[in-house]
Design a protein around this ligand. Structure first.
Ligand SMILES: [Zn+2]
Length: 211
């Protein structure tokens, strides 16, 4: 019988949304390939939490809202450096919807992040001002979760930041490498793996979790 993960383990499915898929507004190369891997993993987890990037149209992370800028350039905002992105995952649009191929009907919680106009939130736990919690740490703690398995998009932004913040909040954290795909902007993927390793985040392949 395939391995099963109990109530102390949570599969955190990060931003598997249309705008991050090939053809989407902020496409992650091969982003759709994570869907079948996540579906296989999800069958093994009793606890599944989903996140959705969920921005107002006038969000501070959109290049379109900063005159004279282009997507993927970095600007200084009051809380620090911010990459400006193409307009993506606007609340209640098709682009913000979860990929319809996800088979995670038993997911118990959806965290929507990036909904404050003035602050981005790559992390599922803490907004980019590093001061505003999303509430996920408290939710997981109250449910008795001790270990978080991070999957989804993109490895070097929302997945990495979520895994690092899971560690900072006192959880064990694991990134399932083949259940993620990266944006890799100016070496961001290599930096992310370095940061994850330094923080004690485990890097595994889905096959090792399911056998
Ligand atoms: Zn976003």
């Amino acid at each position: 019988m395939a391995k099963q993960y109990g109530p102390e383990d949570c599969l955190l499915v990060i931003d598997v949304q249309n705008d991050f898929m090939p053809g989407g507004a902020l496409a992650v190369a091969h982003g759709d390939e994570v869907v079948p891997v996540i579906n296989r993993l999800a069958q093994a987890f009793a606890r599944v939490v989903l996140t959705q990037d969920w921005h107002p149209a006038d969000h501070v992370s959109f290049a379109a809202n900063h005159a004279g800028t282009q997507p993927f350039q970095t600007v200084a905002l009051p809380y620090g450096q911010q990459v400006l992105w193409p307009t993506h995952c606007v609340q209640d649009t098709h682009g913000a919807a979860l990929h319809t191929g996800l088979e995670v009907q038993h997911a118990q919680m959806v965290i929507r992040k990036g909904h404050h106009r003035e602050v981005d939130s790559y992390s599922a736990f803490m907004e980019a001002d590093r001061a505003t919690p999303t509430g996920l740490a408290g939710y997981l703690r109250e449910r008795g979760v001790r270990r978080v398995f991070c999957v989804g998009l993109a490895t070097d932004y929302c997945v990495a930041w979520s895994a690092l913040d899971a560690r900072a909040a006192g959880f064990e954290a694991v990134v399932v490498e083949d259940a993620c795909r990266a944006i890799d902007l100016d070496g961001s993927l290599a930096r992310a793996w370095q940061d994850l390793e330094a923080a004690g985040v485990r890097r595994v392949h889905s096959a090792a979790l399911l056998s």
